[in-house]
Ligand binder design. Sequence first.
Ligand code: PLP
Length: 408
Amino acid sequence: MAHINENYQKLQAGYLFPEIGRRVRAFAEANPSAEVIRLGIGDVTLPLVPAVTAALHAAVDDQGARAYGYGPEGGYDFLVDAILEGDYAARGVSLDASEVFVSDGSKQDSGNIQEIFGTDCRVLVTDPSYPVYVDTNVMAGRTGDGDDSGMYAGIHYLPATADNGFAPDPPDEAVDLAYLCSPNNPTGAVMTKEGLARWVDWAREHHAVLLFDAAYDAFIQDPALPRSIYEIEGAKECAIEMRSFSKRAGFTGVRCAYTVVPQALQGTTAAGEEVSLNALWSRRQSTKFNEVPYLVQRAAAAVFSEEGAAQTAEQVAYYMENARRIREGLQAAHFTVYAGEHAPYIWLRTPEGVSSWDFFDQLLERTHVVGTPGSGFGPSGEGFFRISAFNSHDNVDEAIERIRKAFA
Ligand SMILES: *Cc1c(COP(=O)(O)O)cnc(C)c1O
């Protein structure tokens, strides 16, 4: 008998996006003439920039001229060096090449990272959060069953609310692993240096590890806001950071990201011995992962070239212009909206007494616009709704116009 991993039985009815897809398909079948505008899933809509496609073409020719087999563990020097320089040295952070692990995605990394920690670790998420954090800990057996609101026993949910600016401070009690995401998916909130420093101090005091997801760092508009957790004093002793080329450079279908595990970061054995988390992650990756294709790493390195940086910044600016139009349009339609200033997401309060999923259905029925119910990201997301800025200016304008007509 092949017994299954019964932790999977605890997972709630399905990942959020399949359920959205199911409802949209059902609507489209019943209303074949409706022009549906998707401001739901967080996927990019602009093509790769020219600097990246040029690098890809050149890399294809390279690889046609000589063998590039398995790449070096952790990534090619040309990409790791570009990351160290462009993402860290440029902001005053010095890291060693051995601390950077190039990967095929932050979804994978943020899901896999929990493997190097004990199953008895107490896990904290800010609520609502990117579903991967909770679901992978459910799969690993760190939780009990889920309840009707989607809350799992054993996970510490820290509510991100309008009162705390959707960027809660650390709790009074100790946990072992805490997932933070800034700029945040889904709330669009961004953490300040002071706010992040409170988490770093707390983690060091309690010997907790922070898992910092910075997938949207490129969308931060204010240079004073931290893009990396390592801009905070002491973070190398308590934090792992994950970054991705997906949103900043349109790589969702190309696949490249990286995770930083500082050499200074230690975990402890049951006997109280300190063990390098960098060594554990390296061991995990070399066993289960055979590196990102040469072609893709060349494409990612091109993001740091002068043209690549300028062209991807232009794409980010295009999406942020959408965010501005959505934010202002929804405000004009008398919705209460949050964020969208340093992230490609607008977080809005659903009308009084309307649940997140009911608002999803109303929006689809009345405007043919697809968004994402806040409750799909955790219980504190109930009564909220996420609108994504990943679309064309024309579609955004049309969507906002429809919403204004239907709801104002
Ligand atoms: C999109 C996203 C990622 C990036 O995932 P990739 O696998 O690199 O495409 C990671 N974290 C969050 C919160 C995201 O929204």
